[in-house]
Design a protein around this ligand. Sequence first.
Ligand code: SF4
Length: 485
Amino acid sequence: MPPAHPFDDDKLKEECGVFGVVGVENAASITALGLHALQHRGQEAGGIVTHEFGQGFSSARRFGYVRDNFTDAETMATLPGPIGIGHVRYSTSGSKGATQIRDVQPFFGEFSMGGAAIAHNGNITNALALRKELVERGSIFQSSSDSECIVHLMARSMGKSIPDRMEEALRKVEGAFSVVAMTRTKLIGCRDPLGVRPLVLGQLGDGWVLASETCALDIINATFIREIEPGEMVVATTKGVESHFPFRRAPSRFCIFEHVYFSRPDSILGGRSVYETRENIGRELAKENPVEADLVCPVPDSGTPAAIGYSLESGIPYAMGIIRNQYMGRTFIEPSESIRNMGVRLKLNVNRALVKGKRIILVDDSVVRGTTSRKIKEMILEAGAAEVHFRIASPPTAWPCFYGVDTPQREKLLAATMSEEEMREHLAVDSLKFISLDGLYRAVGEASGRDPSAPKYCDACFSGEYPVKPSDMLEKGFEMKAAAE
Ligand code: SF4
């Protein structure tokens, strides 16, 4: 297994990354490169499926990083063909923590009109109900993943083609999905009606590419054509791309956290560079929450663009007060109890000479449980900082995500049980301020902030307003905001 996320216990975990290509010479190698660029979206496992006429479908699914599994000539030779799809996974459903290889995507189904492979990013919020119904009607599931429901729903459809069957299956699915699928000749992409998770279209020579983010197009030198629209299904072949809208049209509710944290800063979302948006978030944060200080320091790496924005807006110098070890791992055994905060020290170290005697503004992207923030604060005070002021580039995360992002249970989210002042006391810092939801909306380009009657993004983890009813979770006793208040 690869090392876990740098702040494994204290960050929302990215969901998954999907990639597909048709009409190229070596689809598997291109898919591996695309998945490598999407590795930040899931490090637990990855898989690739390809098709070659005369040889049929081939697949390889492995635990660990793409670079460790899909670079050797031997493996890649088992994946021939001009069409392929791939998936990198962070488990958000299924057997979390004890994932088996059968849970690793893409999933494959053999239908009367031929085979199809599917890779899904998101989370099906009515998966338990669907699974129960499908099992009662004879479906035999191979995995514990919610995504496998799509394959079984396709098997039950009477549609005449794979895209028709996929369309029918996805109409029964609730929640968030960006799906990339393939038949022998067709590459299919589809986003849920609200477009919660991202999916983009690119062109590579005469071929077509689908990917979760534009950074996966850059690595293969493909041209970014456009984002797949919410509720759109595209079918790409060597002849071109067809598009249609199989679902009832609804206003978009893209995940606002993609702008804050999940997506890579070099990706383009909604026509804007993620880096630029994060810098704007820092500027808004500085306007809303100024404080007198000597240095603005990011919690690396995800806090960096927002810290630069904060510094530019406030005029307070930016500095790398914390240095991240890029080669951190989890394999060390703590040598003694006297070495406190070992986990964080493996990943981060304070730049002592810089912070000594200074009033430091620390900019981080989010506070989830607060455990890492506390440790970082201790380290920076031990290094001689005079004051520590936390500035957070997202509003308080008070609600879990049910749309494909791994969040702790509500009770474990610091902001679910504490006010801002209580959180400040808990973290024992001189000040703690979060960007407001309106400020975040302004930073992503909504000049008048969030329209409470028609918010343009999914912001449920901050607002508790879920754009798609989390049916399975309600069934399990989860209390929505209206009921909780
Ligand atoms: S709940 Fe939060 S993380 Fe989940 S999709 Fe909505 S904004 Fe994104």
